[in-house]
Design a protein. Structure first.
Length: 401
């Protein structure tokens, strides 16, 4: 089967820094090839692309401002121009593929526009990663459907939508009146060999913390929906009982006002000696950060299905995560993750403090979490499920005009 995966325009594939959707595209492609698929990627032109054996068609883009902040004018210009050039490229190549798979609404929308003009279609798939659709209805921004009108249009025009969690599927069916038959749930996956306890780096640990200090790790872009502020608010109580601890935040600074609020709390409560912000780090270091953590914390208030949670599980870490449905779906055994109210500082601090004081429990939870990752979220398993969807689509002649 001939498959075309389309990048997002955010950064090149394989990603040089942590970039969730690009990691999904890259690992899905690697999983499909051993299954006999002929896979190509359409992606941004990048002279410094990391080495890869994957066949990649590069297309140009306009960039007048180098930034990775979501919704910034520079990034929007980059994505729109990439979408235009990728759509043109796809119109020339589409007869070479059995399925075209999109992971971002901009290139998907542009391709569908050109496809309508040409009256010729190839079966298309869209993976819904957007965490906005994971929010409870009362918490969704009033302008959500307007702001994400392109994504709504795409979900209504492609042949199949992959939702990465049952929560996303349920919400978009209820809110957007999508046909249940058009949406299938296939979760994100994790490279269980890359994210492994053996990746622990004594050198990295020594660089981050003093001897005897424990590491509480939080990975994700600094923005409101990721909920880092509640973890910062929990620091005083945690450090009262566990003064030899360091909170390590890995990820780009996405929301400057939110970051300012976090830094004000750190300064006003003299928490600086307990907190480290690394910013974005090279992708090859991410598995090492997970492997040296004593506890991983995911305090987000919404998600699609977070790669970081799967990566922490595969790394055999003890995990405290927000009790939102998307996260709770991942706990297949039911007790391999400690879930807490993401708005309750007391609950958060109590759960973390309990783990810091109980090495045996940390080890037990980490082992159970790794078993879940191996059994349910290995990219080999996810690729097989995705290929089954492709085969079902191409067997339906009504999908082609």
């Amino acid at each position: 089967m001939r498959i075309c995966q389309v990048g997002t325009g955010f950064t090149s594939i394989p990603p040089q820094v942590s970039a969730a959707t690009e990691e999904v595209v890259y690992n899905l492609c690697k999983g499909l090839i051993p299954l006999g698929c002929d896979v190509h990627i359409i992606d941004v032109l990048d002279k410094k692309r990391l080495a890869t054996d994957l066949p990649i068609y590069e297309v140009p883009y306009f960039s007048f401002l180098r930034t990775t902040k979501s919704n910034s004018p520079g990034l929007i210009a980059r994505r729109l121009s990439f979408s235009f050039f990728s759509a043109i490229k796809l119109q020339r190549l589409k007869h070479d593929f059995d399925v075209v798979h999109f992971h971002n609404q901009f290139p998907a929308s542009m391709f569908q526009f050109f496809a309508k003009l040409s009256f010729n279609r190839v079966p298309t798939v869209y993976t819904l990663h957007n965490p906005i659709w994971g929010l409870p209805y009362r918490e969704m921004p009033r302008n959500a459907q307007i702001k994400f009108a392109l994504e709504v249009e795409v979900m209504n025009s492609v042949n199949k939508v992959i939702a990465v969690s049952e929560t996303l599927k349920k919400n978009v069916i209820e809110r957007l009146n999508l046909k249940p038959s058009s949406i299938i749930v296939i979760p994100n996956g994790v490279d269980v060999d890359l994210f492994h306890p053996s990746r622990a780096s004594p050198t990295l640990r020594k660089k981050l913390v003093a001897k005897g200090e424990k590491i509480i790790l939080c990975v994700g872009r600094i923005c409101r929906y990721k909920g880092q502020k509640v973890l910062i608010d929990a620091v005083p109580k945690i450090t009262q009982e566990n003064p030899n601890v360091k909170f390590v935040f890995v990820g780009p600074m996405d929301d400057s006002e939110y970051l300012k609020d976090i830094l004000h709390t750190i300064d006003s409560k003299s928490l600086g000696k307990y907190c480290v912000f690394t910013g974005n780090v090279p992708s090859n270091l991410i598995p090492k950060y997970f492997a040296i953590a004593d506890v991983f914390v995911l305090p987000s208030i919404t998600e699609g299905l977070p790669l970081t949670l799967l990566q922490a599980m595969s790394s055999g870490r003890a995990i405290v995560a927000s009790a939102i449905p998307q996260n709770m779906e991942v706990a297949k055994q039911g007790d391999e993750i400690i879930f807490v109210n993401p708005h309750n500082v007391e609950e958060m601090s109590s759960a973390i403090a309990q783990l810091l004081g109980d090495e045996g429990k940390r080890k037990k939870l980490g082992e159970k979490a790794r078993r879940t990752a191996l059994r349910y979220f290995d990219w080999k398993i996810i690729a097989e499920k995705t290929l089954q969807l492709y085969e079902n689509m191409t067997g339906d002649l009504s999908l082609r005009i």
